[in-house]
Design a protein around this ligand. Structure first.
Ligand SMILES: [Zn+2]
Ligand SMILES: [Zn+2]
Length: 438
């Protein structure tokens, strides 16, 4: 297994056969992180001009303090307060980007102060202007701080842009612990997806020749143990629990950057969340935070995995036709993904019938995937979302998302296996009734 701290800023040949690069050179999780920020940033930037991005809340929490600290050490700072949208938090889309981009000055570095949206916008702008950027994280809410990916809405469609990872990430433990609890609980939901995403990664490695990196998949396992064992410590905001969560989120982002895809931290469980977001774009009903929906998706995916890994001799069925009417104006976008998946899944079905590879997959998958009862128990005890109602959905809305979530991405996951093995659509009602009602 990798030693976490030894990965930072390195390019190295891995035992998995690939060469990995970790662009992030500094991770500073300390009460005095802001005091170190000016010198740390100077060690990664060609000059002393920085654009600081925050929203109104994160500016008050840490942005002003960081800017003062930078100025005291000779930095020239230009502040950008990303405006709220429609009375709510800012959004990362082409409208906000174009507005900021038009005003973006010539600088040597950028600093994001905040969480998902501010980090994504800064990442996008820094990439566009080819300058290094750093993050001062204000809540342990998702694993995008250290990743290279940006997930903006462009023309209303959720898109994935590959930019660059930050050169440095700073976080102050007392600020992380004081963040609104639902943000930390959302972070847990995103981190807890890991066992499912790893099993889906093994699936794609064995059946679809996706490169797999064992040390990378093990990278955050040692941290996972803590919050699985003591989930209530997160609710109580104990420092050790917050730190374990922060590390799990930062290093799962680093794992994604090393591999160059989201495979280490995103599998079938994420599809429920992405589908609920897309349904919101279609009907205007609000959706919940990414990590809260992913936590619920992880319960669903582990129930499916339990059934899938019980199948000894698979007799795979073809995937159903896409429900075009459901996707309305998004039908072409979804259809292109689903079309690409069909031949991949057909080839998988042929290999599944032969038996040997399937037994390999079952043998490797069983020790990876935790039972749904353990996932649900952990989320419940931590005070995180674990029912339909918790994420603001009727049981029918979750059923609907479960029946369409295999359509939105071309990469096969446990959700496709469940369709191929005849577990879906039949299991949907029982999953909602038995696992997501209380
Ligand atoms: Zn996620
Ligand atoms: Zn590797």
């Amino acid at each position: 297994m990798f030693k976490r701290e030894e990965l930072l800023g390195r390019t190295f040949a891995c035992s998995c056969g690939q060469t990995h690069t970790v662009g992030t050179r500094i991770i500073r999780y300390a009460e005095d992180a802001v005091a170190h920020l000016p010198a740390d940033l100077a060690s990664c930037a060609p000059g002393r001009r920085v654009a600081v991005l925050a929203d109104t809340r994160t500016w008050a929490i840490a942005g002003r303090q960081a800017t003062e600290s930078l100025r005291r050490q000779g930095w020239s700072c230009q502040e950008f307060i990303v405006p709220d949208r429609g009375g709510k938090s800012p959004v990362c889309d082409d409208v906000t980007f174009d507005d900021l981009n038009a005003r973006f000055p010539e600088v040597d570095a950028a600093l994001a102060v905040g969480c998902g949206v501010v980090t994504d916008l800064t990442k996008w702008l820094a990439f566009e202007h080819d300058v290094p950027f750093a993050v001062l994280a204000t809540a342990p809410t998702m694993n995008g701080f250290t990743s290279a990916n940006v997930a903006p809405a462009i023309d209303g469609v959720k898109t994935l842009l590959v930019a660059r990872a930050p050169v440095a990430v700073f976080a102050v433990p007392s600020i992380m612990a004081a963040a609104p609890f639902e943000l930390a609980a959302a972070g847990l939901g995103d981190a807890i997806a890991k066992p499912v995403s790893t099993a889906d990664w093994v699936l794609n490695h064995l059946f679809n020749a996706e490169p797999f990196c064992k040390p990378c998949s093990e990278l955050i396992n040692s941290l996972e143990a803590y919050y699985f064992e003591f989930p209530e410590h997160l609710r109580e905001r104990r420092p050790q629990a917050i730190e374990a969560l922060v590390n799990a989120l930062l290093y799962s982002g680093i794992a994604m950057t090393m591999i160059g895809t989201s495979a280490p931290a995103s599998g079938g469980e994420h599809l429920l969340s992405h589908t609920l977001d897309m349904m919101s774009a279609l009907d205007g009903q609000e959706h919940d935070l990414h990590g809260r929906q992913v936590g619920v998706g992880t319960i669903v995916a582990t129930v499916l995995y339990e059934k899938v890994l019980h199948v000894e001799r698979p007799k795979p069925l073809p995937l159903p036709d896409m429900d075009g009417a459901f996707w309305g104006p998004r039908v072409d976008h979804v259809g292109r993904q689903y079309e690409q998946k069909i031949p991949v899944v057909e080839a998988m079905a042929g290999k599944m019938r032969q038996g040997g590879l399937w037994r390999d997959f079952v043998d490797r998958g069983r020790p990876l995937v935790r039972p749904p009862s353990q996932i649900k128990d952990c989320l419940r005890r931590a005070g995180a979302a674990h029912t339909c109602a918790d994420i603001g959905c009727s049981p029918d809305r979750v059923r609907c998302a479960m029946l369409h979530m295999h359509e939105i991405r071309k990469r096969p996951t446990v959700v496709d296996l469940a369709w191929m093995l005849g577990i879906l659509p039949g299991a949907v009602d029982d999953i909602v009734e038995d696992w997501l009602m209380d």
